[in-house]
Structure formats: structure tokens, C-alpha cells
Design a protein around this ligand. Sequence first.
Ligand code: DGL
Length: 265
Amino acid sequence: MRLGLFDSGVGGFTVLKKVIELCPNNSFVYLADTARIPYGVKTANEIINIAEEISSWFSYQNIDALLVACNTTNAIALDVLKKNLDVPVFDLIGSAASTIKESRVGVLATPSTVKTKAYTNAILEFNPKTFVIEQPCPEFVPMIEMDRIDSDEITYVATRYLQPLLKQKIQSLILGCSHYPLITPLLTDILPSSIKLIDPAEALSLRLKLFMDSKVSNHTKKKKLVDLKFYVTSNLKNFPYKAKHWLNVFPEVNLVSLQKKGWVS
Ligand code: DGL
């Protein structure tokens, strides 16, 4: 199958990795909207506009399914993506919420995601008695994109973000921005080992696998190929190095303009 994924930058790599682990025999079209990163401090209207453009672009890419590898767009504009595409759309928030077993849950996410309370609402739909506390983390994405993930600065910031959640005696912590699994070692250093870290990409990958198992023939399943295509909206030269760093591939990357209409697939 040909699967589309998008994010503002390298965050979606964490989703791509999990999906490849579970569903390796596929083609992937990865779009990073690097011209407009960070998404997580944008208004709902800006994100809706972005979702319109991205879904319009993907509608020319012959994809069989879209994986929403960005929580911010997921929280604000999932309906826009679904409305504009006639293929299945797999999301992080709904997938993760359906798997939560703990009664006290923390969520780290971008300010724009936290504003929507999308995680809280989705979790409460499955289990109305769950206590959920959401923490906005505006400083993480820029630091992760600049690969400042071993700095004292990010340790300080992470400790500060986690404090209110620890006070509330959370039992699990959802990494509600796809960039955050890239700092898992830092977070596990700060957190007590009793707190379970939840990467929503795991639940998304499982849902996708179930879907694919029901659709794809055994013959196709035997192939062991991963075909990756990367597109960015700016910083073309940088991106292969970022892919090398986080995914251990040095891909050819194409520059796209999402504002232009009439793409050729
Ligand atoms: N990685 C995205 C998310 O999951 C967007 C982060 C950003 O650009 O601020 O929310």
C-alpha cells in the first residue's frame, strides 16, 4: 500500500518508524511542512488552513491511506483531512485514547493541542472516570528540531513541564506531540520508572496493521521492501541530514509548494 504521512518537521519520523516496524512492506510518502514549523503555537484557523492545503496535496499523491503524524493537526482539523480525502485516515489521538488503562494520565503536547483538550475528551469518551492533566510544552519542538536534546536547557525545561504532572500522581504519560518520542531518554531519566510512557504511534500502527491484514493479500505481505519518498516545503538541503540523523537514511528530498493547485501525481 502507498501510505501518506505528514508533520511540520521531523516529528512524524517517530510515527514512520513505528509504522515501518509493524507494517514494513509498503510505500511511504512523507511530507514535512518545514516552511511553517512550529505548528504547535498556531491558531486553530491557521491549522485548518494548513490541513486544507495538505489534504489537497495528498489527494494528488495516489495514497491508499493517510496517517496523521501530527497531533496538532489531529486535534484541530481531523475532520478537514477526512472530508477532503476519500481514503482511510488514521489518527494518533483517537488510536491512543482507546488503549488507555490507567486512571490518572498526563499528556505532554503543543500549546495548540492542549487548548483543544482533544486528548482529555477522547480519553473520557472511552473511560469517563479517568483523571487527565495536559501540559503545554512550547519549547520542546524548536529544541528537538535543532537537535539540542542533550542540553542542560532542555533538561531544565522538561523538569519544569513534568512537575505539575508528577504532583498529580499520574500513572502514565502520553507523548502527545510526535516530536516528543525523540526525547524519550531524557523523559525517562526525569520520571519515576513506575510511570508508563505512551507513544500514540504504537496504537496508530496497530490499528493500521489490523486494517492492512484485512485488506492486503498474503502475496503482497511477503515482500520486504520499504519505499520512502520525502517532500518538504522549505529547507531542502537540510532535510536529508535530518533523515540520516533520525532514520538512518539519506533520501532524495523534493520541494513542494502547498499553495499551488493542480499537482501531478
Ligand atoms: N509534531 C507535531 C505534533 O505532533 C507538530 C509540532 C509543531 O510543529 O509544533 O503536534
